[in-house]
Ligand binder design. Structure first.
Ligand SMILES: [Zn+2]
Length: 291
């Protein structure tokens, strides 16, 4: 299991933590959307954050997380659920700005340094929960941290990293989310805060020993218990039938116009770039159901 998420708890029960490594998940997003460096890292961090938050969900609940700022990347949208499925897109996939001397990728070139970070929690039949905060820095992890602490009132610390190689391909991707539990012990809080401050770079840890290494850096060896280890994957739930419902909702006239103009139609999923074709016969069938 190379792309996985760990759910853990500190041995004294003061903290819960989630850590993941998901190189192939972010690489798939890069390939599907043809993202360039800054866009890859911005979208990748959002997807990692989405997976970490999704790990706290139950059943079929899901999160939609949006970043809408003044960067060149435009809107970024990510969907994640409790099963480790994530999908996402960035409006402009071709933002590419790196520091000449070190190759360091400028993420805020894609996200921006001002904007709105919004979260919608979809709980099936119940009214969805929505919350939003202004950008903290545009670096993404800080937005997650601030959102969880302020809007969901769960004091948290989030770290996210997407590391690219010299060809701008995803080399490493992963992160963590640590949350203080209600009965937390003051001494433990102080200790974990110190550990987080002194923590080596996430990419450095992932390179050596993966997601377990992140938990060890946060809690110390043998100071945490892994509750579960589950796979994470890029997964889109789109289908020809789903888009067909969208076409039906356009109405008879609009569908007739498609037939008159092109004798066919094509739908492209913005989350995964899959394409669906509708022949004239398909469209005529859909028209029967349309108003
Ligand atoms: Zn799709």
């Amino acid at each position: 299991m190379e792309n996985y998420l760990l759910r853990a708890i500190s041995t004294d029960g003061s903290f819960r933590a989630f850590a993941l490594t998901a190189k192939d998940v972010i690489a798939e997003a890069q390939e599907r959307h043809d993202t360039w460096s800054s866009s890859t890292v911005a979208l990748g961090r959002m997807m990692l954050g989405g997976l970490l938050m999704g790990a706290n969900l139950k059943g079929n609940d899901k999160y939609t997380i949006k970043m809408s700022g003044n960067g060149n990347g435009g809107l970024i949208v990510v969907d994640a659920n409790a099963y480790g499925d994530v999908k996402g897109f960035i409006q402009n996939p071709h933002v590419d700005l790196r520091k000449t001397s070190t190759g360091e990728v400028y993420v805020t070139q894609a996200t921006g340094n001002q904007g709105v970070f919004a979260v919608i929690k979809d709980m099936g039949l119940r009214e969805p929960y929505a919350g939003q905060i202004p950008f903290v820095s545009g670096e993404v992890a800080e937005e997650f941290t601030y959102y969880l602490t302020e809007s969901e009132q769960t004091p948290s610390s989030v770290g996210l990293n997407v590391h690219l190689d010299d060809e701008q391909r995803v080399k490493l991707a992963g992160g963590f989310m640590v949350q203080v539990l209600p009965d937390a012990n003051e001494d433990t809080i102080a200790k974990i805060e110190k550990n987080l401050q002194n923590m080596p770079a996430i990419s450095q840890i992932l390179e050596k020993n993966s997601a377990e290494g992140l938990l060890e850096a946060i809690f110390g060896k043998d100071e945490y218990k892994v509750l579960s280890k589950t796979p994470v994957q890029f997964k889109c739930d789109c289908s020809k039938e789903k888009f067909a419902r969208g076409i039906i909702s356009l109405g008879k006239e609009e569908i007739q116009a498609m037939i008159n103009e092109d004798n066919q139609a094509e739908a492209v999923c913005q989350f995964c770039e899959n394409k669906y074709q509708y022949s004239q016969t398909d469209l005529e069938e859909l028209m029967k159901e349309a108003k």
